[in-house]
Write a protein that binds this ligand. Structure first.
Ligand SMILES: [Zn+2]
Length: 342
């Protein structure tokens, strides 16, 4: 298995976010990348640097309006007298079909879903390199590698076509899936992060060529609240091509693996040519978010089960926050999946 990461991905260093209204240190820290690198190396993988793939593969899933916003908003924000040091929104439109404001404050509210994705001077470059890591892994699989691991940080699955949110700016899993579509007629994205992959769902919601499947803590009382419910099945030509499996809080290995079996039935019926695994490790019992109770050996069994699908696979890193076992959980998943041999 090939593995990819670029040092530029560590430069994004968000300071704050609001949790239940209170300012807290932002959990999406550069240190995550160090722990995950160590976890990947512990399986014997060599980390390669991705190439600069330009804006094309990113623009294939995000709107030009949004990408221009991401690139330039920090410089524009700095020109506002008295503004915060990081771009953080404070007003949002009720609907998205009205006027597009010219103001930086208005556009921040339009393009940022919440306060968990502050934008600083380094954010755009870090997010781009994170996306290029996903592109490189997808290209490796197109070039006949059976599997590749993209250490994407910042993560991506809460980013919609034109909205950042939940620590995410560019949807790396969606970018990888779209690259795979160059060769694969049908692609499945299987999201095993603790949180519902609402951005990924949104990007492919009306499309039948990418089946989106997500296992996550039930959003009825958990982020992202407004998405991830079982009755969200896609729309238009995409109706029937989105599958959500919300799990009760604190579900552990047995319940997770059972739901994974249900997901596999749907995936096999779609007969995809390639798979993207949106690999969040925050379903861990010791993760600071504390939503589910998957164990370290559980991640190994999840990796093993996914490998049995026998599909060319791009593993894209999503969540998983600072705790002692973060690196070990990645090692467990990758080893279960087949590690170096795949
Ligand atoms: Zn998550």
């Amino acid at each position: 298995m090939k593995a990819f990461f670029a040092d530029e991905q560590k430069r994004h260093d968000p300071k704050a976010f609001l949790s239940s209204g209170a300012p807290q240190p932002n959990p999406e820290q550069p240190e995550r990348a160090e722990r995950l690198l160590a976890g990947a190396r512990a399986t014997g993988l060599t980390i390669e640097r991705p190439r600069d793939h330009g804006l094309g593969p990113v623009a294939a899933v995000h709107t030009p309006e949004y990408l221009a916003f991401l690139e330039h908003i920090f410089a524009r924000w700095q020109r506002i007298e008295g503004a915060s040091s990081e771009v953080i929104p404070n007003i949002h439109p009720l609907a998205r079909d009205g006027a597009y404001p010219a103001s930086a404050v208005g556009q921040a509210g339009y393009h940022m879903a919440d306060t968990a994705c502050p934008i600083s001077a380094e954010t755009w470059q870090s997010a781009l390199w994170s996306a290029w890591t996903a592109v490189e892994a997808a290209e490796a699989v197109i070039s006949a590698a059976p599997a590749a691991y993209a250490l994407c940080r910042p993560p991506g699955h809460h980013a919609f076509a034109d909205v950042a949110g939940g620590f995410c700016f560019i949807n790396n899993s969606a970018v990888a899936a779209q690259v795979l579509r160059k060769q694969a007629a049908r692609v499945t994205i299987l999201d095993v992060d603790l949180h519902h992959g609402n951005g990924t769902q949104g990007i492919f919601y009306a499309r039948p060529d990418v089946l989106t499947v997500s296992l996550h803590a039930d959003p009825v009382r958990f982020y992202p609240f407004f998405w991830g419910h079982a009755d969200e099945r896609g729309e238009g030509p995409g109706l029937g091509y989105n599958f959500n499996l919300p799990l009760p809080r604190k579900s552990a290995d047995a319940a997770f693996l059972e739901a994974l079996g249900v997901a596999f039935q749907r995936i096999r019926a779609f007969a995809p040519d390639a798979l993207v695994v949106a690999l969040g490790l925050d379903a861990f019992e010791g993760d600071p978010f504390g939503g589910l109770s998957v164990t370290t050996p559980g991640f190994s069994r999840i990796g093993e089960a996914i490998a049995k699908l026998g599909l060319p696979t791009v593993i894209v890193q999503e969540g998983g926050y600072l705790c002692d076992a973060l690196g070990d959980n990645l090692t467990a998943f990758l080893t279960g999946f087949g590690g170096k041999q795949r």
